[in-house]
Design a protein around this ligand. Structure first.
Ligand code: URA
Length: 432
């Protein structure tokens, strides 16, 4: 095959090298990602390469170079002018995972700035921006200058990632989505970390979810993903730590946009469900420690109201009204216990799917979401329940959605005689 004089490689050569279990050179990686972003490598060629990577893996050097090349495809943000250190958190996504909402203002209240670039939900897991957009007036889009100003003034920003960060990832992620190659650990790790490193945070805490409602269903794969991401962060000079946390049952007692904002405000007011508080504090401690502020106890900032003060300022700075009532659904349907006993199972995937089908999530990127749709859980695994007691309340604006939501819950909610063994919320910690 002939190649243009100026191109050091061609796509078939790079695909064949990975197909034959070879290690790609730095130059091959730099070239293929740059050429793909420019449109000089076709989608079908990148699909073949992604599949070869899924099947044959990558060495630490290859993933590190792949990540660097994705970062180099776009802009890098710089927070070095801020008067305080920065720390960010990334969750691989779960059901009822609203932790970013109380966590960002809490860590800011402890003196560390939190630049949190977030996304929208797709499928059964919710997106932080969709949740915050249920606050009347709140807007997700900020310029880099507005973000920097808010970080200096308020200490916390949760906003949409601009299109300038790692554009190679944006293109590749959409391709992986339709070619069965999302699951490749080197590609997941480089996708997440390229955006986080380009964002410019000084410290990063990863919440890698494990269980039925998570991307990673088993702990060994979750640990491998965590180790790969921690290594990437460390190699790039970002102090990175990962917690592996349970996502076999939803976090907290709500799944759905506005419902989760309400629960987050409860946590900031010093209440809220124990598991949400536990995970928020565990992640806050890790962020503070990684940012060099480990002597501050975040529990004090929840108790004394200073985290709530930052929340109110953070919402108001982006046009939101922290005092406005959250939207309420037009229709509700209650699921009751069919017998007395102990709730033995409340499956995260079942609840996530139900919330999605009620209108809280989207099937395609351009779909709208309902602010008030979702599921309220009145009991959690291990709780005693009596026959006829309310277990779940389903919320939606469109009652024709109830049947499919109820079908999603079939087999996902069980009452038995003996409590099932509970796994710890924080399963493991991976540090560099
Ligand atoms: N989230 C990302 O940003 N990228 C992936 O590949 C998977 C989850």
């Amino acid at each position: 095959m002939t190649r243009p004089v100026s191109a050091p490689h061609d796509a078939v050569e790079v695909i064949a090298a990975k197909r034959d279990r070879g290690e790609l050179s730095d130059s091959q990686i730099d070239w293929v990602l740059d050429a793909y972003t420019r449109g000089a490598v076709a989608d079908e060629q990148m699909s073949a390469l992604a599949m070869a990577i899924l099947l044959n893996g990558m060495t630490r050097r290859e993933v590190s170079r792949w990540t660097a090349a994705m970062i180099a495809s776009g802009e890098r943000m710089d927070f070095s002018s801020l008067s305080r250190p920065t720390a960010d958190k990334h969750s691989t996504g779960g059901v009822g995972d609203k932790v970013t909402l109380p966590l960002a203002p809490l860590v800011a209240a402890c003196g560390v700035a939190v630049p949190q670039l977030s996304g929208r939900g797709l499928g059964h897991t919710g997106g932080t921006l969709d949740k915050l957009e249920s606050v009347p007036g709140w807007r997700a889009d900020l310029s880099n200058a507005q973000m920097l100003a808010q970080l200096e003034d308020v200490g916390a920003v949760i906003c949409a990632a601009g299109t300038g960060l790692a554009p190679a990832d944006r293109k590749l992620y959409a391709l992986r989505d339709v070619t069965g190659t999302v699951e490749a650990i080197p590609l997941i790790a480089s996708s997440i970390m390229s955006k986080k490193i380009a964002e410019g945070t000084g410290a990063l805490v990863l919440d890698v979810k494990v269980g039925s409602g998570a991307f990673m269903k088993d702990v060994d794969r979750a640990r491998e993903l965590a180790q790969t991401m921690v290594a990437l962060g460390t190699d790039a000079g970002v102090r990175t730590v990962a917690l592996l946390t349970d996502m076999s049952t939803p976090l907290g007692r709500t799944a759905g946009n506005g419902l989760e904002v309400g629960e987050s405000v409860d946590v900031l007011a010093g209440g809220g469900p124990d598991d949400v508080v536990e995970l928020t504090l565990a992640l806050a401690r890790e962020m503070l420690q990684a940012a060099g502020a480990g002597d501050v106890d975040p529990a004090d900032r929840l108790r004394d109201g200073s985290a709530m003060d930052v929340w109110r300022r953070m919402i108001a700075a982006q046009g939101g009204d922290p005092d406005a009532p959250l939207p309420r659904s037009r229709e509700t349907h209650v699921v009751r216990a069919v017998r007395s006993g102990v709730l033995t199972r409340l499956d995260a995937m079942a609840v996530g799917l139900a919330a999605w089908r009620l209108g809280a999530g989207r099937a395609r990127k351009e779909d709208p979401v309902q602010a008030a749709a979702g599921v309220v859980m009145h009991a959690k695994p291990g709780d005693e329940v009596t026959r006829g007691q309310d277990l779940l309340t389903l919320h939606t604006d469109e009652p024709e959605r109830f049947d499919r939501a109820l079908a999603a819950l079939e087999g996902g909610v069980e009452v038995g005689d003996e409590p099932a063994p509970r796994s710890a919320l924080v399963i493991d910690r991976v540090a560099g």
